[in-house]
Design a protein around this ligand. Structure first.
Ligand SMILES: [Zn+2]
Length: 718
């Protein structure tokens, strides 16, 4: 087709869909890089050409575009001849979708229709433009000008530091807030907070764009994995000449979110637990962790990617990386030297190659994670989601790739048998990684206890009066450990003694009067009183607490005990045999088979904060799961690994049982490990330990990952 000047003036050319543009700084000049993902080719043009190309949207004639440029003086105007040359260049490089395209055959058309349908159907990435809000951002940028420089950064830095300090100081409370964060009844709130944060995020981009004098073309919402993410047309910031300004604009969204999260953290610190604190907690999590995961992640095309590619000075990092990776895969499959990708020579080429691999691994990891989550949930939309994801992320690219390979093979590259062999080899390798059974190392947290521990309890209630031992003392059997005081019981005893004295007096008087019947009655009464008194005295004697066996005293709160009150039956301290040590474990449901198989086998015990490993043996495993922790130190409340939940108040338990109103979030099986090494005697009761052994039961990577995803989902409430 030949363009004559007259013809082309009336044409409404349109650029092909799917081209990517980015403006780069190269040696002080600004150039635009056009990438054509369908052919993996790159073109460099000047910024003025770029602006001209962008106006080729199929709705205006070339003549009107040239006329408008001349009127607006928005750049150097082109002559018709120059415009014609540029159009021809576009045409020669297949970047133009001219009318003749429609005639090139149904297959091209249907392929494109299919592609756009898939893009549209793809619920994992959907882009909805909302508005052109340039004016709005211009007003905001003007109003906020004093805060967009170093002064504003100093304020930002102070606030973020203060927020981080608040979280750091109360980390255990903050950590507790994660329980149930993705539970269904929290979804609405999470969604609202997310949208609010994203609106502010996009305002951040828009304001900094405008602050640096760049027009913001379009604002919209893009749904990634059903999560709405805002977007400000990326090409806006690419119009900036300075690389650092582009990076600032890319960072601006996260910058704003961190500020909001820091304020939320400061308010959270002084908000009592409740709905408001939960919302603030969620805001902090969404504004920092979730945002970093999505926006700062350079393996997806969000802020992080643009920051990285600007920092490295490599335009189109993603496309180049993917092209390199696909070439490498084709070479591996077809085995033709002609297809062999160039071995990376420069730093830039290495980065491109590594990025290509990393982005692919990331995509596979996200996909596998979603498949696993779906296979755990299975009911509801899980299966549907997995099917859609399978079509979009696996089937479509695989088909395209297969077609490409087939085309190469038709041209005589690679023999069918060779390709089949290589495919089988790769499939075999993948299957080997995921489904090869192996013996895994099981590690479970536990608590050291004295073997054969006796718990000393109060028999008669009382206040602690005197303590004769210290934590860790070794005492012989019968040694006086502690004295309690009970004024009430003591005065009752005195009263009983006085009553007995009076009764004995009455009995003696009856005896002196020789009144036998009276004497016998009074004597029987005195006898009963004497017996009651003796019982009372021995009961009161239990206020002196003695060691029931020889052993080592173990109670952490001994220094805080003087003056404390013990109820009848309440634990006062523990007395353990000085030599034997055990480790109490809580075994989760999915670790049970490993423990069953390891029963009576050797295990290793490592104590937190100590280097040595102690020999031990798994001795006992409960038959039933329980929500009661085998040891208080194992629960999250005392800094242990097991999450707990508040027990539902059924019978209105009284306030004094406060510490017993928590139970394990998941039922666990109690287990006991007996330490066999002699030097275990130096261990204290209550030390946290890690029990480790190589399981006799074999597992696969697939099964393990699936269990981990299930555990994670249960933990956070799905
Ligand atoms: Zn952003």
């Amino acid at each position: 087709m030949n363009f004559s000047v007259r013809e082309f003036e009336m044409l409404c050319p349109r650029l092909r869909d799917g081209l990517h543009f980015s403006v780069q700084e190269q040696g002080g000049d600004r150039v635009c890089v056009i990438e054509d993902p369908s052919s993996s080719r790159f073109f460099r043009v000047g910024v003025d050409e770029y602006h001209f190309f962008r106006s080729l949207d199929g709705t205006q004639t070339v003549a009107s575009i040239i006329a408008r440029r001349a009127r607006d003086r928005s750049g150097d105007t082109f002559t018709e001849h120059e415009a014609l040359q540029m159009l021809r260049w576009l045409k020669d490089n297949h970047l133009l979708a001219v009318e003749s395209d429609r005639a090139t055959g149904k297959s091209e058309e249907s392929r494109r229709a299919w592609k756009s349908a898939v893009t549209w159907l793809n619920p994992l990435v959907v882009r909805i433009p909302i508005a052109r809000m340039d004016g709005f951002f211009r007003v905001l940028a003007r109003a906020l000008r004093p805060f967009l420089g170093w002064f504003g950064f100093a304020i930002w830095f102070g606030v973020v530091l203060a927020g981080a300090a608040q979280i750091g100081m109360d980390w255990s409370r903050f950590n507790r807030g994660f329980t149930g964060i993705i539970a269904r009844d929290n979804w609405l709130w999470l969604g609202l907070i997310w949208i609010g944060l994203k609106v502010l995020h996009e305002c951040g981009h828009g304001i900094f764009c405008r602050h640096f004098g760049v027009r913001v073309r379009e604002v919209g919402v893009i749904f990634v994995l059903f999560m709405p993410m805002g977007y400000v047309d990326a090409t806006a910031s690419l119009g900036l000449a300075s690389r650092w300004r582009r990076i600032i604009v890319s960072c601006a969204g996260m910058y704003v979110e961190f500020f909001v999260a820091a304020i939320a953290a400061i308010v959270w610190a002084s908000t009592p637990d409740g709905r408001a604190a939960t919302l603030l907690h969620n805001t902090v999590v969404m504004g920092t962790m979730v945002t970093l995961f999505f926006n700062a992640n350079p393996l997806m095309r969000f802020d992080g990617y643009f920051i990285l590619s600007d920092l490295l000075g490599i335009p189109n990092l993603a496309t180049q990386g993917r092209a390199w990776f696909m070439r490498a895969v084709s070479w591996l499959l077809l085995g033709t030297r002609r297809l062999r990708p160039e071995r990376p020579a420069t730093r830039g080429q290495w980065i491109v190659a590594l990025y290509g691999i990393a982005a692919w691994v990331w995509q596979i990891a996200v996909f596998a994670g979603m498949m696993l989550a779906a296979s755990v949930m299975f009911r509801g939309g899980g299966l549907l989601l997995a099917v859609i994801a399978g079509v979009v992320w696996v089937a479509t690219p695989m088909l395209a790739f297969a077609r490409q390979i087939a085309a190469s093979m038709r041209q005589g590259t690679g023999a069918v048998a060779g390709v089949a062999l290589r495919l089988a080899l790769i499939a075999g390798l993948v299957a080997l990684v995921f489904f090869a059974p192996y013996r895994k190392t099981v590690v479970v947290r536990g608590v050291v206890e004295f073997g054969d521990t006796r718990i000393v309890r109060a028999e008669c209630p009382g206040f602690v009066d005197r303590i004769h031992v210290q934590d860790g003392d070794v005492v012989p059997a019968g040694e006086l450990i502690m004295e309690l005081r009970n004024e009430e019981a003591a005065s009752a005893l005195m009263k009983a003694r006085r009553e007995l004295d009076a009764q004995e007096l009455r009995a003696r008087v009856a005896y002196l009067r020789r009144d036998v019947a009276e004497y016998q009655a009074e004597f029987a009464r005195a006898d009963a009183l004497r017996k009651a008194l003796a019982e009372n005295e021995s009961y009161l004697a239990t206020l002196k607490i003695r060691a029931p066996i020889a052993g080592r005293v173990s109670t952490r709160e001994l220094e805080r005990m003087p003056g404390a009150y013990f109820q009848r039956g309440e634990e006062i301290l523990k007395l353990g045999q000085a030599a034997g040590r055990e480790v109490k474990l809580a075994v989760a449901q999915d670790s049970l088979p490993h423990f069953k198989a390891a029963l009576n086998r050797k295990v290793a015990v490592r104590i937190d904060g100590r280097g040595d490993v102690f020999a031990a043996q798994l001795e006992r495993l409960d038959g039933n799961a329980s929500r009661t922790s085998p040891h208080a130190a194992l629960t999250a409340l005392s800094g242990g690994p097991l999450p707990v939940q508040r027990v539902q108040d059924i019978d209105g338990a009284s306030a004094k049982q406060e510490q017993e109103r928590y139970e394990l979030a998941d039922p666990h099986f109690g287990a006991t490990v007996r330490m066999t090494s002699a030097d275990a005697a130096s261990l204290d009761d209550g030390e946290l330990a890690r029990v480790k052994f190589r399981s006799p039961v074999k597992v696969t990577l697939w099964g393990e990952t699936r269990a981990a995803v299930g555990r994670w989902m249960r933990k956070y409430g799905v």
